[in-house]
Write a protein of this length. Structure first.
Lengths: 113, 109
């Protein structure tokens, strides 16, 4: 039980599909993050939200669209993805935007066919 | 960008000691973190160093030398459950956090 819950855990989609990843944190944190984890590569920061406001977009293609309706929920909307987007997408939260300890969810394993 | 290097894989025997090195080159420094990630699970926080020296937490210890841009994570009395990926992460002068690619540790009986 990590305090950060991600759904779905696994997702297979075609390149023309639209799907969304959901993250919920039960820790009362103010900052939430999306990371991409590919095999043998460092975690790549995608987006940062602090108090529901996006504070960082790390040059992520527009086919990834984040949404943060409140401090506890974070979505990643996916549209017309490419096979190279197949990866583990990790959500994380921290008390504030200057991250001390990050609390991660277990990730959503995405496969794009 | 930031440059964080750590070995890709390490193998050790149950009960032994393993040392995972991490070297970094960043613009400024505001702390170094180690995370553990079991296959199919979330990364979990292990340790944090911001000053030079050794931080001990049970069987795990983490060392930092800021002048050398170097850290290591020491795992003692290895257990099978310690088989996992260990991620080094550095917070730079702008408080941006960058991760290494991770070191997969395999513990053999």
């Amino acid at each position: 039980e990590t305090g950060v819950t991600q759904t779905p855990r696994h997702l297979v989609m075609g390149m023309t599909n639209k799907k969304s990843l959901k993250c919920e944190q039960h820790l009362g944190h103010n900052a939430m993050y999306w990371y991409k984890q590919s095999a043998k590569k460092p975690l790549e920061l995608m987006f940062v939200y602090n108090f529901k406001e996006q504070t960082e977009n790390n040059s992520v293609p527009s086919r990834f669209s984040p949404e943060c309706p409140n401090s506890s929920h974070l979505f990643l909307h996916l549209h017309t993805l490419q096979p190279e987007d197949s990866a583990l997408y990790l959500c994380a939260s921290s008390q504030d935007e200057e991250p001390g300890e990050l609390f991660f969810g277990e990730g959503s394993r995405l496969t794009v066919l | 960008g930031q440059n964080i290097d750590q070995p890709t894989e390490m193998t050790a025997t149950e009960g032994a000691i393993v040392q995972i090195n991490c070297t970094y080159q960043t613009s400024g420094f505001n702390g170094l973190f180690w995370y553990q990630q079991h296959a199919g699970e979330a990364p979990t926080f292990l340790s944090y160093n911001v000053l030079d020296g050794l931080e001990e937490k049970g069987r795990f210890s983490s060392f930092l030398s800021r002048s050398k841009g170097y850290s290591y994570l020491l795992l003692k009395e290895l257990q099978m459950k310690d088989s996992a990926s260990y991620l080094c992460a550095v917070r730079d002068g702008d408080y941006k956090l960058s991760f290494g690619a991770g070191t997969t540790v395999t513990v053999r009986a």
